[in-house]
Design a protein around this ligand. Sequence first.
Ligand SMILES: CC(=O)[C@@H](O)[C@H](O)COP(=O)(O)O
Ligand SMILES: NCC(=O)COP(=O)(O)O
Length: 249
Amino acid sequence: MEPLGKLRLGVNIDHVATVRNARGSAYPDPVRAAKLAEEYGADGITAHLREDRRHISDDDIARLADELSVPLNFEMAATPEMQAIALRHRPHAVCLVPEKREERTTEGGLEVAREENRLAHFIAPLADAGCRVSIFIAADRPQIEAAARIGAAVVELHTGAYCDFHAEGRFGERDAELERLREMATLAHGLGLEVHAGHGLTYDTVKPVAALPEVMELNIGHYLIGEAIFLGLGPAITEMRRLMDEARA
Ligand SMILES: CC(=O)[C@@H](O)[C@H](O)COP(=O)(O)O
Ligand SMILES: NCC(=O)COP(=O)(O)O
């Protein structure tokens, strides 16, 4: 299958806020980073307002919603508090993610199959408000089928396991996970869902995911913010963009 179009890069700026919050200072400002990312070709900005506010703050979301020129992808847990915040700011996209307070980072995808009824009601007002509803999801058939049934517009496939296997040198398991991502991207696209992917992607792992023809957007943050220490944020994004384009050519 031919690639379905230009692969968009969403830059996640959460971990600029992590550095800021380590000192309780006003800097570095994630909104400034988002604007720089825009200048360097980010097609969108992703920010995750965690329930514990460990990085992005409510004020960051308000400013991002007001000040960005590219679409904001607002990641949040499926809670009434977060729904109210999303309805106040009406970002371009709302991506529902699973959250556990004790986790270091997002573990696995959202449980949709067992919560179909609740989630169908939860996303309806968001869609009515004009937000594209996305579900951060494991590469798992029943979950993807349930996401389609509840009327989500987008699924974002969790690439964390694929990246972890690569980092640990478990290449057989990495390749099996990539195959699962490939099959589930095809399934999701066939069900009418737009397919995104992200979590843990690096210069070493991005190309095989970028080459999946149904994937329309990658959301990448933690690695880019780390590379920004060495290269600067703009050049770090430029290099990621180059690798994505190379994989897609
Ligand atoms: C859902 C997702 O993959 C990102 O939001 C990522 O989780 C960044 O935030 P954390 O590093 O706090 O998990
Ligand atoms: N949804 C994934 C995302 O926004 C970025 O994840 P990461 O690159 O910070 O792991």
